[in-house]
Design a protein around this ligand. Structure first.
Ligand code: FAD
Length: 228
């Protein structure tokens, strides 16, 4: 099966969701593909105050679960946006241009531009006490295929990690993951340099370290990107 969008956004965390919502509201058809629709716009902790714009402002609540529920509702209500659950396993390319992605089930989705907003899930290892597993967050598996595909295409990565304190019944844990190394990505245009039409935003990049900076980057990308 082939579906076609103006833009395909991989990862419905805050940065991908913001980008997808802004693009759809600009009139583009957008596919927002994410591993789990249970974790759309999942925040690691409550945001301190509403931002000036974007999906977070429209869905605003100081309670992260309420905000998440409202954000998902707004994404689903956006007519040009199609939100669906799957895992991107490989890019589809033609020469120097990205053409879309293939999912783990073997379905192919075509797009004029592809945005990687896959957060802390590339090459991810979660550690909590003696437990170690391939996960980008507590209870959320990280599959190896996309990372392997990007490595085989020559992309270079830099190791990163983050630590989450114990809360909501989950113990303290640490995630080691990979993000694109500085030379791969242009922070002004969000472009990844190895393929035309390929972009990255959020934690998977070397962009701003503050959580709100990463999500604001999604808003900016969504406001500026011009898919071919
Ligand atoms: C104004 C503002 C303030 C904020 N303040 C806070 C705050 O105070 N505290 C806070 O915790 N956060 C805050 N955030 C959110 C924060 O920016 C993000 O939680 C964090 O930076 C990571 O977001 P991300 O979108 O890069 O990645 P993630 O949230 O990790 O999302 C990545 C998504 O990609 C999916 N994925 C991974 N691999 C694949 C694949 N191969 N195929 C398909 N899907 C895949 C994952 O399942 C996941 O859902 C704020 C956001 C905004 C807008």
């Amino acid at each position: 099966m082939l579906s076609e969008f103006d833009v395909l956004v991989l990862g419905a965390g805050p940065s991908g969701s913001e980008a997808a919502w802004a693009l759809a509201r600009r009139g583009f058809s957008v596919g927002l593909l994410s591993d789990s629709l249970d974790s759309v716009y999942r925040l690691e902790e409550a945001a301190q105050e509403p931002p000036a714009g974007g999906l977070m402002a429209a869905a605003w609540s100081p309670d992260p679960w309420t905000l998440q529920r409202r954000a998902k509702y707004l994404l689903e209500a956006e007519p040009r946006l199609h939100l669906f659950q799957s895992s991107a396993a490989a890019l589809l390319t033609e020469g120097e241009r990205v053409r879309g992605v293939r999912t783990w089930e073997g379905l192919e989705y075509l797009a004029g531009a592809v945005v990687l907003a896959v957060g802390s899930f590339l090459g991810a290892r979660l550690q909590s006490g003696d437990l170690q597993e391939s996960a980008g967050r507590w209870g959320e598996a990280a599959y190896p295929d996309l990372y392997r595909d990007l490595r085989e295409r020559g992309f270079e990565f830099a190791p990163a990690f983050y630590e989450v304190p114990a809360r909501d019944g989950a113990p303290r844990y640490r995630v080691d993951f990979m993000r694109f190394s500085a030379g791969e990505w242009d922070p002004e245009s969000f472009a990844l340099r190895r393929y035309q039409g390929l972009f990255a935003v959020g934690r998977v990049t070397m962009g701003g370290l503050e959580p709100s900076q990463r999500a604001r980057a999604g808003m900016r990308l969504g406001g500026e990107l011009q898919p071919v």
